[in-house]
Design a protein around this ligand. Structure first.
Ligand code: ZN
Length: 475
């Protein structure tokens, strides 16, 4: 059965055909390791994981490469602002390398919790500087670069296909939306390959153009080509990468090699929270840690992602996550009741399942097959075999349902204990404040005594004075 995939490059659903019969090369833009991963990132990485699992299910051998950006990603995806790694390092009073290793470790732990398969190759930008310098040299040799006082710049006007991928309207953009970052740049879209003359930047390497550090985009071009060759089968990322990061990756790679860079581009849509954009300032940027605090296990989030098409923005709400976890628990409980799997799977269900997953990863439809199967009167051991077979793609750990269910129970218990502990700590503080207030009143310091009432309120209690003393009540 052919695999159909939506290709961002053509904006069409295409039949997937790998370059090489033996394996599929797949590159995923990894994290910039300066902070915790939020659920929007996890949506993108879960999509890449599902794609990889579908291809593996179909019998392909996958060479999956993911980078870790630990230098050169500015606070805007273009070249403006400060290096995110340095911002993070300053904030936490650590070195950029310490920051990068710490958040990278957190990220891999989270992917394990989400049942996201580890890439075959993980590559850090700081460990591939020479690959980047070689690529920049090639671009210089081919006549696509120019030098300014702040580094080596890619001349986008030399690459006629530059606007095609993102369907950019450069004329309109030049008229206003995007301003030149500095006067020396020839075109507003030109971007830095190598940044020099930044004496305060904490990570610098020698090069023929002077001490400096790489631009974010060149990192992905250099590392993907290093491990997967000049043309990749698949490149994945978030939809926000299309206009700048991936457009620039294509420009650099194709101008250096003269070959097509990527055959299939897959992009995951945005994750919104309560129909608004997720952002730190709105306080709705959630991590797995936040979910755990509300009794949700990571695989509930995975199940939630399976309910939609990766090409549509997904709207995260606590109610929706709760519905996903309830369904998943039901599914795990069903699995507990099933006998040992038979050797034989139920072919009609597998057929419907495969039709769904090969149709541009229609996971919602594939999940519907699961529920239909559970409601059917088919032989229970064959049901089990069919379910576990499908779970190679879903990654819901159905074979370990008992462990998963007890993990969920443990999480709920831990949360209850920590809530109790927090409550008792607050109650203790409030009682101390009441004592203090009593003393103040005795000293006729009524204003100060009144102020304490507010402090107690902040701890979540109200107070009532009576003949027998002061009574503390939770609000
Ligand atoms: Zn990238």
């Amino acid at each position: 059965m052919p695999i159909k995939l939506f290709n961002t490059a053509s904006r069409k659903v295409e039949t997937f055909q790998p370059l090489n019969k033996k394996y599929v090369s797949m590159y995923s833009c990894g994290i910039t390791a300066y902070y915790y991963t939020h659920i929007g990132h996890l949506y993108t990485y879960t999509t890449s994981d599902l794609l990889r699992r579908v291809l593996e299910y179909a019998g392909y051998d996958i060479r999956h490469v993911m980078n870790v950006t630990d230098v050169g990603h500015m606070t805007s995806d273009a070249d403006e602002g400060e290096d995110k790694l340095i911002v993070g390092a300053k904030k936490e009073n650590k070195t950029p390398a310490e920051i990068a290793r710490f958040y990278e470790k957190c990220f891999w732990e989270e992917t394990v919790k989400m049942n996201i398969l580890k890439p075959n190759t993980i590559c850090r930008a700081t460990e591939h500087i020479s690959d980047m310098l070689h690529l920049i040299e090639q671009l210089e040799k081919n006549g696509y670069t120019y030098k300014t006082s702040v580094g080596v710049i890619f001349d986008t006007s030399k690459f006629a296909a530059y606007p095609n991928f993102a369907k950019l309207n450069l004329a309109k953009q030049e008229a206003g939306a995007r301003v030149k970052i500095d006067k020396e740049r020839k075109n507003p879209w030109d971007f830095a390959l190598w940044v020099t003359n930044q004496p305060n930047h904490l990570m610098q390497w020698d090069s023929k153009w002077g001490k400096g550090f790489p631009g974010w985009h060149i990192e992905c071009s250099a590392m993907s080509m290093r491990y997967l060759g000049e043309t990749l089968d698949i490149h994945t990322g978030g939809i926000d990468h299309i206009p700048v990061h991936h457009t620039n990756e294509i420009a650099q790679s194709e101008c250096a090699t003269g070959k097509k860079f990527v055959n299939y581009w897959t992009h995951t849509a945005f994750l919104n929270v309560n129909n608004t954009k997720m952002s730190k300032s709105l306080g709705n940027l959630y991590t797995l840690q936040d979910l755990a605090g509300k009794d949700f296990v990571p695989l509930a989030l995975r199940y939630f992602f399976l309910g939609t098409s990766y090409r549509k923005p997904i709207n995260f709400t606590w109610e929706a996550l709760n519905a996903a976890q309830t369904a998943l628990v039901k599914l795990w409980k069903h699995c507990l009741e099933l006998p040992a799997p038979a050797c034989e799977v139920l072919a009609p269900y597998i057929k419907n399942f495969e039709e769904a997953i090969y149709d541009d990863l229609n996971m919602a439809k594939a999940l519907a097959v699961v529920w239909k199967l559970l409601e059917s009167k088919e032989d229970a051991s064959k049901k089990a075999a069919t379910l576990f077979h499908m779970d190679k793609v879903f990654g819901l750990d159905l074979a370990n349902a008992r462990t998963q269910l007890s993990n969920l129970e443990n999480l709920k218990k831990e949360n209850l204990i920590s809530k109790d502990k927090k409550y008792l700590e607050k109650e203790f503080k409030a009682l101390k404040l009441i004592e203090h207030r009593y003393l103040l009143k005795q000293q006729k310091k009524y204003q100060e005594a009144d102020a304490i009432r507010d402090q107690i309120k902040k701890l979540g209690f109200s107070i009532e004075d009576s003949k027998d003393g002061t009574i503390l009540k939770p609000i």
